[in-house]
Ligand binder design. Structure first.
Ligand SMILES: Cc1cc2nc3c(=O)[nH]c(=O)nc-3n(C[C@H](O)[C@H](O)[C@H](O)COP(=O)(O)O)c2cc1C
Length: 206
């Protein structure tokens, strides 16, 4: 594309957020009293058995992970968007940070109750899994880094130790059926499911 065409197709903008459409995850972490906190996140990526999370340092999830380096990365499908949104205005922090209070957050300890979701015991980690989420990944925290250039959040490196999947999305034993599974996508603060399939990679195994 030449420069002139490029100039016609795009414009420089300064967006306040860059949530360009990533799956929602519900992170279970262990509270100091042994109960479980749930935090909605959209900043994650997975490669091999590594799952990287972006977590604000003013939240309960970060506090919990620093104290107890285990979590469950629960991955909801589109039908759970309202349960996710029920969690959205809450933090598990008793002292709600001022900036959060000013935009409408309040304290809530019972995240399972408020979101109408159900805990299930994990195999090796202490935080519980969320039964309604079709994919639940038990993970251990391997590294926590707060970037000098952006000290409001932490980059958390985790290692998946157990992957649970609902029976109806499993195909051929150890695969997730992409025809049956859709993540819940957070697209510039709006929730979406996937559209119809466009094609598949030369490496697809299903
Ligand atoms: C769909 C959705 C996605 C979010 N993504 C993130 C995220 O990637 N990282 C983050 O720190 N907060 C994210 N948030 C905001 C947190 O959920 C919010 O700060 C919440 O209070 C965290 O709960 P906690 O303090 O109990 O951990 C997201 C919220 C929603 C509803």
């Amino acid at each position: 594309m030449d420069d002139m065409n490029h100039a016609l197709k795009s414009e420089l903008i300064k967006p306040s957020i860059l949530y360009y459409g990533t799956p929602v995850v519900l992170l279970s972490t262990l509270n100091e009293d042994g109960t479980v906190n749930i935090s909605p996140l959209s900043s994650s990526w997975a490669l091999g058995d590594c799952i990287i999370l972006g977590i604000g340092i003013g939240g309960k999830a970060f506090e919990n992970i620093e104290r107890h380096p285990e979590c469950v990365i629960n991955i909801p499908g589109p039908s759970l968007w309202e349960n996710v949104e029920k969690l959205a205005p809450y933090t598990g922090k008793t002292n709600v940070p001022d900036y959060k209070r000013s935009i409408g957050y309040s304290y809530q300890k019972d995240k399972y109750g408020i979101s109408e979701l159900t805990p299930a015991r994990s195999v090796t980690v202490k935080p519980t899994r969320i039964m309604e989420c079709p994919i639940q990944v038990e993970a251990v925290v391997k590294h926590i880094r707060i970037p000098e250039h952006s000290p409001n959040f932490a980059i958390i490196e985790t290692k998946a130790v157990h992957v649970h999947a609902h029976k109806e999305i499993i195909i051929e034993g150890n695969h997730i059926d992409p025809q049956k599974w859709s993540p819940l996508i957070y697209n510039f603060r709006h929730y979406f499911g996937l559209g119809k399939e466009l094609g598949k990679s030369f490496r697809a195994t299903t």
